[in-house]
Design a protein around this ligand. Structure first.
Ligand code: ARG
Length: 581
């Protein structure tokens, strides 16, 4: 158990010794530091239960607290609030314990298996800024969950099954009508050279999509093609597979640039291999209903106030819907993974879709009741005008372009005096990803936010580059001191140092908040606070030249703990720390 949670457990015991039982401890860091570092407010709550004056209860608790050497400056304020501070020895002990092993102040979770569905890139379509938040948050939740002891499977769940692919193939047919894939008499299609690169694919989709809006027959043909590859029709199926493999390679490269990795690279189409099985089951359970030529599952409940349309399984034109891909995915995941939980890190605007899918999954019993399903929705990343990020000509901003814009901006601010010419691009990239991700994590996930390139690339302020720069400076201080003794904290002198240790003590609570809210904003705030406090300390003292050896050693150990915590939290956020900046 973490130091802080042990402390809280002991406080419950202390209150018990004073003669009172509490269910939940009211122990929080104080915002009146002049009165005490922590506030213990239980006496106020115990009054109701024990019908005693809160001041009397507080006095009894205080006399027990006074027997414990960890606490100092214990005093009662107002009607019965208890102020407490932590003793110097205890503060040193906390730092030393975390220095020997950070996990002495982290709470591990009970084992649980979680599948996180995130990223959701679409094959043959450009990855755009909308996909960024899913990748950032999904990756961070995966890392945090693993750190806390969960078993996690990250699944890319590529969009490769729907009409966009039909449109792309329709346009390829327009450009290369004699392509061997379209020769139905050929019989075999694995030896064909496709004269198309990923760049071509990215250009083809928007053109095809525009054409389909103006030309009804073009759209109809794309629909027919979609049904063809969905039904494994030779030629079309092979071309579709080929497109997937070209596009997948590029998608993998972009995720690598973001330090995002997956355990499973399934696409919707891999999941749809289970469709027939699921379909039979739905028929057997009498869950499919005919509706205007389509086959759907009713998911509305009695007395429902907001509209709850049925889940579409097969559309009236015979093609299988996006809804179907998600239902079948749950079915497949249960068969192959038996996870305890499935989290979907997907744009908040898909909330209704997931509500329908989850209800259908429950109704059809394709997963046990105890399996927990959650749509972890998020808001949009907007440009300065408050509207979704756009290119100069008004198009959706490709993710690669955003990365380039931010990389150019961070590069301007890197010093060529300290960084070698051949390293600058790599470092600028690492800092840029830090800038992007940190900005993304600052607000609660469901909030829309404005990404300001100059502001978030800056080395000053609440930014990724500031955190990276500060963390690298800690490391460089530790390197310079590597021949000096750095075993133990024995004394600390100022308030700033004490505040740093008190912040370190709170670490498990921050991680708990993050995993509960499935949002990184508390971690983003915390690492900034910790770093800013450390930088204040760094400015107040000259660590390396300090003559009092005990003090110098204590400072170095404290630096090491803050450094380790920063590295850990940056890693959770999927931010890489460059070697230099
Ligand atoms: N490919 C989808 C899109 O771009 C997102 C997929 C989200 N995940 C899921 N299981 N539906 O909108």
């Amino acid at each position: 158990m973490s130091i802080i949670n042990n402390l809280q457990k002991d406080l419950i015991e202390i209150i018990k010794k004073a003669g009172y039982e509490v269910d939940t401890l009211a122990f929080t860091p104080s915002n009146r530091r002049d009165l005490g570092e922590y506030q213990l407010n239980d006496a106020m709550q115990l009054t109701k239960k024990y019908h005693e004056n809160p001041r009397i209860i507080a006095e009894k608790i205080v006399s027990e607290l006074e027997k414990d050497k960890r606490f100092i400056n214990i005093n009662i304020a107002g009607p019965g609030f208890i102020n407490i501070s932590l003793s110097e020895d205890y503060i040193n002990e906390i730092a030393n314990s975390m220095n020997s092993n950070l996990f002495t102040n982290i709470d591990k979770k009970d084992k649980k298996k979680i599948i996180i569905d995130f990223g959701g890139a679409n094959v043959a379509k450009t990855l755009h800024v909308g996909h960024l938040r899913s990748a950032n948050l999904g990756e961070a939740l995966k890392r945090l969950s693993r750190l806390l002891g969960y078993e996690v499977i990250g699944d890319a769940h590529l969009g490769d099954y729907g009409r966009p692919l039909g449109l792309v193939i329709r346009e390829i047919q327009e450009r290369y009508p004699n392509l061997a894939y379209f020769d139905q008499n050929r019989g075999h299609y694995d030896d064909i050279e496709l004269p198309i690169t990923n760049k071509d694919l990215e250009e083809i989709y928007p053109i095809a999509s525009n054409k389909s809006k103006e030309d009804e027959s073009y759209l109809e043909e794309a629909r027919i093609i979609t049904t063809k590859f969905q039904n494994h029709e030779p030629g079309y199926y092979d071309l579709w597979q080929k497109i997937i493999s070209i596009s997948k390679e590029d998608i993998k490269k972009t995720y690598e640039d973001l330090y995002v990795t997956y355990d499973i690279w399934n696409g919707e189409s891999d999941e749809m291999e289970y469709f027939d099985e699921l379909y039979d089951l739905l028929v057997k359970k009498n869950l499919l209903v005919e509706s205007e030529g389509a086959q759907v599952i009713e998911v509305a409940e009695e007395n429902e106030t907001s509209p709850m349309p049925p889940l579409m399984i097969i559309k009236s034109n015979g093609s299988k819907s996006y809804d179907a891909t998600d239902l079948v995915t749950i079915y497949e995941r249960e068969i192959n993974h038996h996870a305890d939980e499935m989290w979907y890190v997907v744009d908040g605007r898909q909330g209704l879709h997931f509500e329908q899918v989850f209800r259908a999954a429950r109704k059809s019993n394709i997963i046990p009741d105890k399996v927990y399903l959650e749509h972890v929705g998020f808001g949009t990343m907007n440009g300065k005008d408050g509207k979704p990020f756009k290119t100069r000509d008004g198009g959706v901003l490709p993710l690669k372009e955003l990365i380039k814009i931010v990389t150019d901006e961070t590069k301007k601010r890197l010093s060529t005096d300290t960084i070698e010419e051949d390293k600058i691009d790599q470092i600028a990239h690492e800092v840029a990803i830090g800038a992007i991700k940190y900005a993304d994590f600052l607000s609660y996930r469901e909030t829309d936010y404005i990404f300001e390139v100059e502001k978030f690339s800056d080395l000053e302020g609440k930014t990724g580059p500031y955190l990276l720069y500060s963390t690298i400076r800690m490391k460089s201080l530790l390197n310079k001191a590597k021949d000096l003794k750095q075993d133990k904290v024995t004394k600390l002198k100022g308030l700033t140092e004490k505040n740093i240790v008190l912040l370190l003590l709170e670490l498990p609570h921050i991680l708990e908040k993050a995993i509960t809210s499935k949002s990184m904003n508390d971690i983003a705030d915390y690492i900034y606070n910790l770093t800013a406090n450390y930088n204040k300390f760094y400015a107040e003292n000259k660590v390396l030249t300090e003559e009092d050896e005990e003090l110098r050693e204590s400072w170095l150990v404290l630096t090491n703990v803050v450094y380790q915590v920063n590295i850990m939290l940056l890693d959770i956020m999927g931010i890489k720390v460059p070697e230099k900046m």
